[in-house]
Write a protein that binds this ligand. Sequence first.
Ligand SMILES: Cc1cc2nc3c(=O)[nH]c(=O)nc-3n(C[C@H](O)[C@H](O)[C@H](O)COP(=O)(O)O)c2cc1C
Length: 178
Amino acid sequence: MTRALVVYESVFGDARSIAQAVAEGLFGTVPADVVAAAEAPADIGPDVVLLVVGGPNHAFGMPSPSTRQGAVDQHGADIRDIRTGLHEWLETVHVSAPHLPAAAFDTRSGEHRLIARMDHAARTEETLLRRTGAHLVAPAEHFSVAGTKGPLVEGEQDRAREWGRLLAGHVSGAAAAG
Ligand SMILES: Cc1cc2nc3c(=O)[nH]c(=O)nc-3n(C[C@H](O)[C@H](O)[C@H](O)COP(=O)(O)O)c2cc1C
């Protein structure tokens, strides 16, 4: 059966909540699996008809081993293995379908519009998605958290569900039918 795959990295749970809400939005059209990058498959087969990836902004970009260590040291985060996450997974994953439809999101706590504009986690995710051969079907989406450890700003999960419904429109009719 065909399916969508939502792969996330999340330190405090907010990007995971967004990933789950995106999957709920997709679900009316196509079943979606939500997987942490650390547990995501090394190969994406032809059963996957849409790939969505997302995670937090750390130091204006995607999390890296040093920012994950910073999250542990400065914010008491519980991270099983700081060496691996979404960036590392996207660098090694093999996507078998050519031009697999894909999209990226990130979460951020920066409220100031100018500072938020400097954040580029989702931009890097898009670059890495393109390198896998995936085809971006929608602009990256950004979701806000109220503080470093969250929670998500009110309404962001609804917005993520709506974005999921929009992305589902890019799954071809035959694929959506399973
Ligand atoms: C080490 C570290 C660096 C961060 N840098 C930024 C940043 O540059 N811009 C920003 O908006 N938020 C930044 N944040 C806040 C994160 O974006 C926020 O913790 C994240 O979006 C919450 O998502 P999560 O619960 O899935 O981890 C940072 C957080 C940590 C722990």
